[in-house]
Design a protein around this ligand. Structure first.
Ligand code: OOG
Ligand code: MG
Length: 260
């Protein structure tokens, strides 16, 4: 079908309002069965424009549903991407306010910091050459849909549940082998999820490369300075008030935040 711009602007307004007011909504696909994947990405971009008009800036991109654990937890088996804005960024040790979100969850990730612009059908060697730094990251996701349930097109329209992310210390040795780093996510000192960076699309670099390819399909790419979250290595766990969430990644160290 052809896209009615008024329709995807309306959908963007619905997901954006749900995020701003922390009020879960029914899936867009229930009300708009004509929603396609291509249209869902247009809704995502239109909802980003709303954030930019409020002063947020684009700071990077994320991949989602890149590990088997995440695909199985959500029942959606296609990797997706979303946009990360300045309002989502936190530093290790910061607090996250539970009341600002619908039903936040947290997942352990690896992040890349780009040193160069990059686009096109690049190889993973070329993608790596554009990376300036690597760090451990905790991503807080918050689906705007009721009960955190969605289809592929719904989650794409909802900017891949992007909400907040906390970066650890950036290690400026892009040559560090990130193919199989142990990852341990704990809450209040109790280990909740353990995994390996190998769970992220078999290799976090493969996730970065796939992102560049997906962006290339719409004539876009990554810019120097942007952050890329490669995707959760394990299932996500709910965030509760009083939680101190920590992630320890072999070679990359610790990143943490508290839920208040
Ligand atoms: C979609 C976002 C998935 C990841 O790392 O897999 C994601 C969701 O699970 O709500 O960020
Ligand atoms: Mg994620």
């Amino acid at each position: 079908m052809s896209f009615d711009p008024a329709l995807f602007q309306k959908m963007a307004q619905i997901v954006d309002h749900a995020a701003v007011t922390a009020t879960p909504i029914p899936m867009l696909s229930a009300e708009f069965p004509e929603l396609t994947l291509e249209m869902a990405y247009l809704v995502q971009r239109a909802s980003m424009q709303r954030r930019f008009s409020r002063g947020e800036t684009l700071v990077g991109m994320k991949m989602g549903l890149t590990s088997r654990a995440k695909m199985e937890q959500m029942g959606v088996h296609n990797p997706i991407y979303g946009h990360l804005t300045s309002a989502m960024q936190r530093s290790s040790g910061d607090v996250i306010e539970r009341s600002h979100y619908c039903h936040p969850r947290v997942e352990p990730e690896i992040a890349f910091v780009m040193r160069n612009d990059i686009s096109g059908r690049v190889t993973s060697t070329e993608a790596l050459a554009a990376v300036g730094g690597i760090c451990a990251a905790l991503e807080v996701i918050d689906s705007r849909y009721t009960d955190f349930k969605f289809t592929l097109n719904d989650v794409v329209a909802d900017n891949a549940s992007s909400t907040a992310y906390v970066l650890g210390e950036v290690i400026e040795t892009p040559s560090l082998d990130v193919s199989n780093l142990g990852m341990v996510m704990s809450v209040n000192g109790v280990v909740r999820e353990t995994g390996s960076s190998a769970a992220i699309f078999d290799h976090p670099l493969r996730s970065l490369t796939a992102l560049i390819h997906m962006l290339n399909e719409v004539g876009e790419g990554l810019k120097a300075g942007q952050i890329v979250l490669a995707g959760g290595a394990t299932a996500a766990i709910p965030c509760q008030v009083g939680d101190r969430v920590t992630l320890d990644v072999q070679e990359l160290g610790r990143v943490e935040f508290r839920v208040v």
